[in-house]
Design a protein around this ligand. Sequence first.
Ligand code: MG
Length: 169
Amino acid sequence: MTESLRVGLGYDIHRLETGRRLILGGVEISHEKGLVGHSDADVVLHAVTDALLGAAGLPDIGELFPDTDPAYRGADSRALLQDAFGRVRSLCYTVQNLDIVVHAEAPKLSPFKRPIAESIASTLALDADRVSVKAKTQEGLGAIGAGNAIACTVAVLLARLPSEMCDGR
Ligand code: MG
């Protein structure tokens, strides 16, 4: 059995402003600021979505779900991720693992690493041990270090199922 492996890289950044909800990886986190965006601005799920799409050679999140389209105003990024993952699965790819780095000065994210990993695993119907979440501050440097933005970097490894095992879902 030959197994085709594909690596993907995703990155996203959103501004933080007062008066917005902070949602990271589908988990709502209490903080004085939240992320600004056309959808719910879940920077983690956007980076995960782009990593999956890139690994499968599909168009990126901005092409599939343009922020000029009113249909995606306030959209739940879990729905966008599930839509994108459905396209990836239809090409017979399965996720080997997702490795996620969230770049944020505040709030402290260590208590949320496991809930975020479990949330993403649940959204994608994966075993939780296939999703790893790390949190890094920026040592006070730049917009992220000043608490004005949160960014996320994601690596994913996909494996293509042999055609007899692919149900094309
Ligand atoms: Mg985004």
